[in-house]
Design a protein around this ligand. Structure first.
Ligand code: 13P
Length: 250
């Protein structure tokens, strides 16, 4: 079985004091033994430097929540992949639905961001997912396939280096989780799409995100095409995040 990845997305939460306490509690809770899964925290950009220091040599990998589609230059407010790399960033979210919704990020922009991450040796976690209206209109497959197709098209032979995260928009922060069966169905569609693009699709990770909790994680993570979780709210409380990690099948 493939090793799972449990990634926390802190979104725009926390502060210096709370974040240090959270990281230290996670490190203490994980202990020094072998972990059941790879673990990452995707932190607000201003905390990358501090978080890198707090994480030290721990098993938790550092992640960012966004990256510029450009390599460098006159793009005020943006942060490049090279800059992220300087702070030890291993993963970066691209195309999170909140970026698509509130910052009008198109499929084309998302795929350029994934490319910048790959060029800099950072793993893009490419988020896809349908809104409730799209699901109710029977468009779930069409939407997620369109979102992923753009990234596959622009990243060709590097595509096996990405991580995909299926995050149904209606399940994010709502307490409404997709059932394990609903999620698996979409993950299988995404896996088939990756298989058509690369011979390495079986070793690629497809994460589920959307109200994942300690209570539902084990069932979700036991599905054949669910290779980990992208966790929002529950990643802000160390006991909850650690319980999700503990729910990973070994
Ligand atoms: P919640 O776990 O809070 O629903 O958020 C999911 C998410 O958006 C992770 O990127």
């Amino acid at each position: 079985m493939k090793r799972k990845l449990i990634a926390g997305n802190w979104k725009m939460n926390g502060g210096l004091v709370a974040n240090e306490a959270l990281v230290k509690a996670l490190i203490a809770g994980m202990g020094t033994g072998t972990q059941a899964a790879d673990v990452a925290v995707c932190v607000p950009a201003v905390y990358l430097a501090s978080t890198q220091l707090w994480l030290g040599a721990s098993a938790i990998q550092l992640g960012a929540q966004d990256v510029s589609q450009h390599a460098s230059g006159a793009f005020t407010g943006e942060i490049s992949g090279q800059m992220l790399k300087e702070f030890g960033v291993r993963h970066v979210l691209v195309g999170h639905s909140e970026r698509r919704q509130y910052h009008a990020e198109s499929d084309a922009v998302v795929s350029l961001k994934a490319k910048q991450a790959l060029v800099c040796g950072i793993t893009p976690i490419v988020c896809v997912g349908e809104t409730l209206a799209e699901r109710e209109a029977g468009k779930t497959e069409e939407v997620v396939k369109r979102q992923l197709a753009a990234v596959i098209h622009d990243n060709g032979h590097c595509i096996s280096e990405i991580v995909v995260a299926y995050e149904p928009v209606w399940a994010i922060g709502t307490g409404k989780t997709a059932s394990a069966e609903q999620a698996q169905q979409v993950h299988a569609v995404l896996r088939a799409q990756l298989k058509a693009a690369t011979a390495h699709a079986d070793r690629m990770r497809i994460l589920y995100g959307g109200s994942m909790t300690a209570a539902n994680a084990a069932h979700l993570l036991s599905q054949p095409d669910i290779d980990g979780g992208l966790v929002g709210g529950a990643s802000l409380k160390s006991p909850d995040f650690l319980a999700i990690l503990a729910a990973c099948p070994c």
